[in-house]
Structures are given as C-alpha cells and as structure tokens.
Design a protein around this ligand. Structure first.
Ligand SMILES: [Zn+2]
Length: 448
C-alpha cells in the first residue's frame, strides 16, 4: 500500500517512505492547557488521529507523540486570575482535553509528554546551541541567533522582513538581531521557574517540542504535524533548534522528514474569537447534545489542507449522514469485512476524507453494510451499536418528545451552572418513571 502526503517542506505531494518501515514515528503539536480547547484544536486532533489510524493499518508499529504545553505565560496568567497553582490548572484542562478526545472517538496519542517533565532536555538543547554558536545568553535570556542559520525560513517561505514582523516581540535591546527568538527566559521570585546555568527561568515555547520529539522519537523522525498557524514561527523555530543543535545547518529535513499542516477553521464564515461571541468548544457542543461522532464527521467533511467553515448546517448534515448509515447497519446483519479498497485508496491519497465520504455513500447506495462498517473503522466512525445510536431501545414510544424536552432543559440548566434546576428536572423525570444516564454520547433514558 502506497501512501502519499503533501509535505509542506518540499511543497509537493510525495510518496511516503518511512525511515524504518517497521516503526513509523509521528509527532503533532498539542494544546496549551489553560482553558477548554476550541473546535479548531480538535480539527488538528481528529486529522492526526485519522492519519495515525491509516499508518497503523499499513505499518506494523507506529508511535504517535503529541505534547501538552503545561508551562506558558497564558497559563501563568490564567492561574493567577483564578487563584490556582499551575499544576492544578493544567491537570484539570489536560483531563478535559483528553475526555473530549475520547468523546470525538480519537485514540489518545501513545505518548503525551508534558513540557515541565522535560526541562533538563531543554536546558541541554540550549547549551548545545550556545556551544555551536547558534545561541547566546543575554540578561538572563537564552536567544537563538537567526542569522547563524542561513536556511531559516525554508518551511514557511517567509522573507526576512516577514520573519521580523511575524516575530512580534517586545522591544528587546539585548537581542543581537530583531528576528532572534527566545529559548529560555528569566523568572522573577513568584513566577514558576527552574534553576539553570543561565539563571532561574523557564523555557520559551518552541524549545519544548524540539526536546520532546527528540526524547521520545529520536532524530530524524517521519512526520511532524500541526495546524497551519504553527508553521511560522513555531515550526520554523523547532527546525532551527533541532537541526542546529546537531550541526545540520543545511538540511532542514534532519528534524522531521514530512511536515503535514491542517488548514484553518472558521465559524459561520468568520474567524473564531471570544470577542465575536462565536468561540465554539467541543464542551459546548457536547453539552447541547451534539454527539462526539457527529463533531468528528463534520470536521472530516472537508479536506484537511483546506480551510473548514464550521456551521450549524454542517453539523445537521453530519448527523443526517451518520443516522442514514447507522440505519443501514441496523437493518442488516453486519459481518466482518475488509476495508473496501476504494476507501483505502482515497485516504491513502493525502487523507482525502471528502472522497472517503463519497465512497461511504457509494457503499450505502449499494447496500453494503459490512463494507460501510469496515470503512468507518478506518476513520473512526460507525462503530457504535446502531440501536443505541438510533435510540431505538428507549424512544420508540409516543411520549418521547416531552422526555427529550426535559433532558434538553436539564442540559441547558447544567450548562448555565443552575445545578438545582438540573437536579429538580432529573427528580421530575424519575417521578414519571424515567431513569436518565449521562454518557459520552449524551443523556440516554429508559423506563425504570
Ligand atoms: Zn510544537
């Protein structure tokens, strides 16, 4: 089976040849855990989960590493605003993130390294970069000296002017060059920090991925992924750090061979932002009763490299499609089957999920339930019990509507943190002989 991926580094769709066909190594930049993750974060998670599933189908062993950024200025600000320590805060949001991943039918990465567990490796990288003349210490900072790496900018194709504008750093008189970026920065008394040869401080963001990818995958490794917004400066800086620390100043592929970037996500045609009031989280959607698998399907409806517009309509369409497929799975006895070749070919061609979905519809139209279910497994859908999905076990009776209304009202009350109201609705349902159960796919009910 031949896989082809668009490689941001070569700017072409290339045949994928792993460094070791017995063990494929994949890294994707994970979330900074200071708040609940938004739907754009989960686009990345779902895309790389599908890639991971495809690689596992083709190769005997895959190691998928995706980091958790648990030290960062945004985390420090959020922790102080909420009066929590950063460990409590980051553990809370890591758990929510992983719960959301499970709801969206993502397999958790094999390794989820945390930045704070890799401080010695980051310090070592800083020291190596200083020793090779690619970094310097200034006023408690360690800075990467961009002009020391002439190949800098090769991934994003940014000109030097863009690099400086894109770096958007505060005026820093200690910098030798405007494009230089921070590897390590000093911490004051109350700020979180670690002792280092450069003074007490904490890492800059970019250095953590260089350290963790090398620690868990070795260099070079096969595929590095992340959102397109990370291409510059984050991924450019990861390459600079990792290549230069090992003396590879001309070969950008000495860190990762293939770079895969997923496109931006907008909401109803607009950039998602808290100020526009369209900030959409998986938590919100799940609380509204949108099933995780519906969210997943809607995220896969567009090609991963294209921008994706998240819309109400898209969610409705995703649900209607999945309902339709589950009805076929329910109507037939579904036997074990191989993944249909049409589906595998579509996914092997640079993760062409819109083509996969077209092929799923072809299988549906042909009445091939077994093929449909096997194909669904490849992209992480259609593995639920069809009766449960369709709600046939408990909602066949005529009065399901008022029960659903009450369940929705309870979900709304919980979301508004009106737990007294939520409890009273549950009690009312129980009074009527209805037992409800909150599951990852929403609230189910039965006559008790
Ligand atoms: Zn990263």
């Amino acid at each position: 089976m031949q896989l082809r991926f668009y490689n941001s580094l070569t700017r072409s769709k290339d045949i994928f040849t792993p460094l070791d066909a017995g063990h494929v190594r994949l890294y994707a930049c994970g979330p900074t855990v200071y708040d609940v993750a938004h739907i754009g974060n989960f686009r990345m998670a779902v895309v790389f989960d599908v890639l991971n599933r495809l690689l596992r189908h083709v190769y005997p062993r895959v190691t998928y590493v995706s980091n958790i950024t648990d030290v960062d200025d945004k985390i420090m600000i959020a922790a102080s605003e909420r009066g929590e320590d950063i460990v409590t805060l980051t553990q809370k949001y890591t758990k929510i993130y992983n719960d959301d991943l499970r709801s969206l039918k993502c397999e958790l990465p094999d390794i989820q390294p945390r930045a704070t567990d890799h401080i010695p490796q980051m310090i070592k990288l800083c020291e190596d970069l200083i020793a090779r003349g690619h970094a310097y210490v200034a006023e408690g900072h360690v800075l990467f000296h961009v002009p020391s790496f002439p190949a800098y900018g090769g991934l994003s194709g940014r000109s030097r002017d863009d690099q400086i504008a894109g770096a958007r750093v505060d005026v820093a008189p200690y910098k030798k060059d405007a494009a230089d970026f921070v590897l390590w920065k000093p911490s004051t008394g109350e700020q979180v920090g670690w002792d280092s040869p450069f003074g007490r401080g904490r890492p800059g963001w970019h250095i953590e991925c260089s350290a963790m990818a090398e620690a868990h995958l070795g260099l070079p490794f096969d595929i590095h992924g992340g959102g397109a917004d990370l291409k510059f400066p984050h991924h450019e800086n990861e390459i600079a750090q990792s290549c230069c620390a090992h003396g590879h100043t001309h070969d950008l592929s000495h860190f990762a061979k293939v770079w895969i970037h997923n496109g931006f996500l907008t909401v109803e045609g607009e950039k998602m932002s808290k100020s526009l009031g369209n900030f959409t989280t998986a938590q919100d959607l799940l609380a509204k009763g949108v099933k995780g698998e519906v969210i997943r399907y809607a995220l896969l409806a567009g090609h991963y490299r294209q921008p994706l517009d998240w819309t109400q309509n898209g969610v409705h369409q995703a649900k209607a499609q999945l309902d339709k497929f589950y009805k076929l799975l329910h109507a037939q006895e579904v036997l074990e089957a191989d993944i249909p070749h049409t589906v595998l070919e579509a996914l092997a061609d640079d993760l062409n999920t819109p083509k996969v979905i077209a092929e799923l519809n072809a299988l549906y139209n042909a009445g091939d339930a077994a093929g449909l279910k096997a194909a669904g497994a490849l992209i992480g859908i259609l593995q639920d019990n069809p009766r449960a999905w369709l709600g046939l076990d408990n909602q066949a009776d005529g009065d399901a509507d008022w029960i659903t209304d009450l369940i929705n009202a309870r979900a709304a009350a919980k979301k508004a943190k009106d737990f007294a109201m939520a409890d009273s609705i549950r009690a009312e349902l129980l009074n009527q002989g209805i037992v409800i159960e909150d599951t990852k796919d929403g609230t189910l009910w039965r006559r008790g």
